[in-house]
Design a protein around this ligand. Structure first.
Ligand SMILES: Cc1ncc(COP(=O)(O)O)c(C=O)c1O
Ligand SMILES: N[C@@H](CCCC[NH3+])C(=O)O
Length: 475
């Protein structure tokens, strides 16, 4: 998600455009596990081998193979708690399950008291299968099917976030047919250009989500919901994008959402607006993918968001609603790494004296599409041993094994110059939108996901097998 700078000259080699920054000057730097980027329990043992939650990653690889997602349970739970504390009530924090979901993770989220945001019938089914309390689930989606809406109503989900006029009519009918009144939020497109990659910004006008505020659709959606006996409007929703580091975009969003609350009061009266107890400002809280990233702590951002809503409501003379949020990445992202085994190391001559080192690993764009999709930047380290004092660093491109030249896992990183087949490397902060966006491209089986806690591994999702890959075939 960064522009690629022009390449500097390093030693006798023209280093091609490099997003990894200058070369490390010491082996300590080459071995560093920056605390903002790596799981909280990550450390190197005296031989330089990575341990997570007190487990040697080589033991994990021996047991579960590579590629392997390793999830630090304490890290995940701590981030749930920190968000819960920051927003004053765990139920106001909806973990965005699209970032990563398994039944066990759903149970952790439930145990921590958080709510859950699901965006499809599949995510809803998994949450319900895990026993997640339906009343703490919010269903999202710009194109929810009749089946999804029906399941949501019949299972008693706490809230459906409305996204189209057709959906208002459909959901009203489904709820009335079952003699229930379904709580809903109206998703508002606030027209904010979030400072993030254009593919993950969601509140500028020209996109598929929500009801436009500027065009008057949001006010019309509110009118229609208020006329629908099967629906109960409990508030408004806005989501401006993802991987956002400052509160400016949220501030504009909150300002505009509160402006709509004021308009609702003026049109429908104070009793109606008093029922709108919730303003959900969505997800998008950013994390550090590399040491250069320095996102604000959740407590600071929460305080800012709540202060903004308080101030805007005071200015508009409105009762202050509860501020809910939907963090996915900020909870799931930092506590997980992906372990890969190095397969080949190839130095390619680019012309003009430039060379590029390609380090091929045994996964790729099927387990992490984010680099190909968003130019995402990651931190990658050698983790099965330390970099030697005299080895030096080589600017490396970590690539997968897919039949695709864009199959890049980490575009640029400094790895020890003697990285060799059989070494293990780890990519940090892969807990969000890696497994959940994984594919079967080239029929690579999906990796396993193992949680680690207090020296004990626990398999959450087993590795796919060839039998799994063949299972959908109809003979
Ligand atoms: C409506 C909604 N809520 C929450 C999220 C979670 O976003 P993030 O993982 O950036 O917190 C997303 C994804 O961007 C989303 O679309
Ligand atoms: N999938 C995106 C974030 C957007 C998802 C939610 N709307 C990512 O990997 O960064």
């Amino acid at each position: 998600m960064r522009a690629h700078p022009a390449g500097p000259r390093h030693a006798d080699v023209l280093v091609p455009a490099n997003t990894a920054g200058p070369p490390p000057s010491t082996s300590d730097e080459l071995n560093e596990l920056h605390p903002r980027v790596w799981p909280r329990s990550a450390e190197r043992d005296p031989d330089g081998v990575l341990r997570i939650a007190d487990i040697d990653v080589r033991d994990l690889v021996e047991e579960y193979g590579t590629p392997l997602f390793v999830l630090d349970e304490a890290d995940f739970r701590a981030r749930c708690r920190e968000h819960a504390e920051a927003f004053g009530d765990p139920a106001l924090v909806h973990y965005a399950s699209k970032a990563f979901l398994s039944a066990t993770v759903a149970r952790w989220v439930a145990e921590e008291g958080l709510s859950l945001d699901v965006a499809s019938g599949g995510e809803l089914a998994l949450a319900l299968h895990a026993g997640f309390p339906a009343e703490r689930i919010a269903l999202h989606g710009n194109n929810k099917s009749l089946d999804e809406l029906t399941t949501a109503v019949e299972s008693g989900v706490g809230v459906v976030v409305l996204d189209s006029f057709l959906e208002i009519a459909r959901l009203d009918q489904i709820a009335r047919d079952r003699d229930v009144v379904q709580p809903v939020l109206v998703r508002v497109t606030v027209g904010v250009e979030a400072h993030t990659h254009e593919f993950i910004a969601t509140a500028h006008e020209d996109q598929k989500f929500g009801f436009s505020l500027a065009g008057g659709d949001a006010a019309e959606a509110v009118r229609r919901v208020l006329r629908s006996p099967g629906l109960r409007l409990i508030g408004l929703h806005s989501h401006i994008g993802s991987q956002i580091f400052d509160a400016d975009g949220f501030e504009v969003a909150a300002h505009r959402v509160v402006g709509l609350l004021a308009a609702i009061r003026d049109e429908h009266g104070p009793d109606t607006v008093a029922q709108l107890s919730t303003v959900d400002l969505g997800g998008g809280l950013g994390i550090a993918y590399t040491a250069q990233d320095d996102p604000p702590p959740s407590a600071a951002l929460a305080e800012q968001l709540r202060a903004i809503v308080r101030r805007e409501c005071a200015a508009a003379d409105l009762p202050v609603p509860r501020v809910a949020v939907e963090p996915g990445r900020a909870i799931a992202g930092p506590g997980t790494i992906t372990l890969y085994e190095v397969g080949t190391v190839k130095d390619v001559v680019l012309g003009g004296g430039a060379r590029r080192r390609y380090v091929s690993v045994d996964g790729g764009m099927s387990d992490n599409i984010r680099t190909a999709l968003y130019d995402a930047v990651y931190d990658c380290r050698l983790v099965s041993r330390a970099a030697g004092d005299d080895t030096g660093a080589a600017l490396s491109r970590v690539v997968g094994k897919h039949c695709e030249s864009g199959d890049v896992v980490v575009r640029d990183c400094w790895l020890p110059a003697d990285v060799a087949p059989g070494d293990l490397v780890a990519v940090a902060a892969t807990g969000a939108y890696c497994y959940s966006m994984s594919s079967r491209y080239n029929l690579l089986p999906r990796p396993a996901v193992v949680a680690v806690s207090d020296g004990k591994p626990r398999l959450l999702l087993r590795r796919e097998t060839v039998e799994d890959l063949l299972r959908l075939e109809v003979p």
